[in-house]
Ligand binder design. Structure first.
Ligand code: IPM
Ligand code: MN
Length: 359
C-alpha cells in the first residue's frame, strides 16, 4: 500500500528543492520496499496569493491524514510588508502549532569534502557533528500577550516568552534520548542570568537529567554559546534550547558546516508524526533560476525515511549518495568559495547526480 506524503513546496526555491527531494525519496524508498503517494498543497506566500491565507484548515487536515509532510520554504519580498499575522511565515508557525510539532531536530555535520567551504579554519570545523534540539511550538513565537498598540509617536509592541514545565520537560527528554544515540552529552542553552523563563528551564532540565545518569549535562548562557560555537564547535554534541535561541543558534551551527544549503531538519510531534524541511529559507534572489542547492531538502527526505518509516538503511544510502557526489567534486553555487574556479552544478543536476549515486 502506498504511503501518503504531503508535499508543501511553498515559495522561492522551495518548489525546486522539494522536487529533487521527492525524486530521491521515491527512489530510496522503493529500495526499502516503500511506495509513496504524494499530494501537493500550498503554504506561505503562494497560498496567500491563491486563497488569501498562508495556510488553509483543509491543508492541515490533509497533513493529519498523511504519514509525513515534506516542506520546502516560505516567504519572499512580495509579502514582506504584510503584518505578521498574515505573512507567509505565519503558515509555517500555524502548521507547527496545529500538528503539535514541538521537537525540531537540526543536525549540523561538517562533511569532509566541505571542510574548506566553511568560513572558519579547517582545523576548527573538521569533525564537527552536533544536533540542535529546538523547542518549536512555544516560547516567544507564540506567547501571549502579543501585538502592537498606539499611534505614531506613541507606538509600542509586546511579545512574551512563555513556557510551562511540561513543554520544557518533553523537549528535554527528546534531547537526552538523542544524546543516547550519539556522544551522550547535552548542552542546555539559556539566559538564566536575566530571564525567569530560563530559570524555569534550568530547574526542569536538571530534574529531567536525573532520569539520564549516563548522559552528561552542561548549562551554557546563550551569548557565550554563540561565541563558543565559532571558537570551538567540536565541544557540542546535543544542544537543547527554546524556540528563539534555537532559531538563531541553528543558523549559526549551519554556517559552521559551510552552507545553510546543506542542513535538513525534522519537526516531530508526540507519537512521532513529523514534518521535514531544509533549514534554509526561500532564497528569493535565486528562485526559479535552477541555482539552489537541493541537498538540504534531499537530506530532509533521508530524515523522513529514517524517522517516519524506520528505514535507516535507505536514509543512510541517501546520505552516502550525497557524500559521494560532493567527494566527486560537484558543488552548487553556495558551496563554491570566493576565487575558486569550479563549475557550478544547478539544482536539477545536483538532484540527478544524487539519484545516479543512489543507483
Ligand atoms: C526557521 C525559520 C522560521 C522560524 C521562520 C521562517 C518563521 O527561520 O524555520 O528557522 O523562525 O522558525
Ligand atoms: Mn530560522
Amino acid at each position: 500500500m502506498a504511503e501518503k506524503i504531503i508535499l508543501l513546496p511553498g515559495d522561492g526555491i522551495g518548489p525546486e528543492v522539494t522536487e529533487q527531494a521527492r525524486l530521491v525519496l521515491e527512489k530510496a524508498g522503493a529500495k526499502a520496499g516503500l511506495s509513496f503517494e504524494f499530494e501537493e498543497e500550498l503554504i506561505g506566500g503562494c497560498s496567500i496569493d491563491a486563497h488569501g491565507t498562508p495556510l488553509r484548515e483543509e491543508v492541515i487536515e490533509k497533513c493529519r491524514g498523511s504519514r509525513s509532510v515534506l516542506l520546502g520554504a516560505v516567504g519572499g519580498p512580495k509579502w514582506d510588508d504584510m503584518p505578521v499575522d498574515v505573512r507567509p511565515e505565519k503558515g509555517l508557525l500555524a502548521i507547527r502549532k496545529a500538528l503539535g510539532l514541538f521537537a525540531n531536530l537540526r543536525p549540523a555535520q561538517v562533511m569532509p569534502a566541505l571542510v574548506n567551504a566553511s568560513a572558519l579554519r579547517p582545523e576548527i570545523v573538521e569533525g564537527v557533528d552536533m544536533l540542535v534540539v529546538r523547542e518549536l511550538t512555544g516560547g516567544i513565537y507564540f506567547g501571549e500577550p502579543r501585538g502592537r498598540s498606539g499611534e505614531k509617536g506613541n507606538r509600542s509592541a509586546v511579545n512574551a516568552m512563555v513556557y510551562d514545565e511540561h513543554e520544557v520537560a518533553r523537549i528535554t527528554r527528546v534531547a537526552f534520548e538523542q544524546a543516547r544515540l550519539r556522544r551522550h552529552h547535552v548542552t542546555h542553552v539559556h539566559k538564566a542570568n536575566v530571564l525567569d523563563v530560563s530559570q524555569l528551564w534550568m530547574e526542569v532540565v536538571d530534574e529531567v537529567a536525573k532520569e539520564y545518569p549516563d548522559v552528561e549535562l552542561a548549562h551554557q548562557l546563550v551569548d557565550s554559546c554563540a561565541m563558543l560555537l565559532v571558537q570551538e564547535p567540536k565541544r557540542f554534541d546535543v544542544i537543547v534550547t527554546g524556540n528563539l535561541f534555537g532559531d538563531i543558534l541553528s543558523d549559526e551551527a549551519a554556517m559552521i558546516t559551510g552552507s545553510l544549503g546543506m542542513l535538513p531538519s525534522a519537526s516531530l510531534a508526540e507519537g512521532g508524526f513529523g514534518l521535514f524541511e531544509p533549514v534554509h529559507g526561500s532564497a528569493p534572489d535565486i528562485a526559479g533560476k535552477d541555482l539552489a542547492n537541493p541537498l538540504a531538502a534531499i537530506q530532509s527526505a533521508a530524515m523522513l525515511l529514517e524517522t517516519a518509516f524506520g528505514a535507516k538503511e535507505a536514509a543512510g544510502a541517501i546520505r552516502k549518495a550525497v557524500t559521494d557526489v560532493l567527494d566527486a567534486g560537484h558543488r552548487s553555487g553556495d558551496l563554491i568559495l570566493p576565487g575558486e574556479s569550479r563549475e557550478t552544478v544547478g539544482c536539477k543536476r545536483m538532484g540527478e547526480l544524487v539519484l545516479e549515486a543512489l543507483a
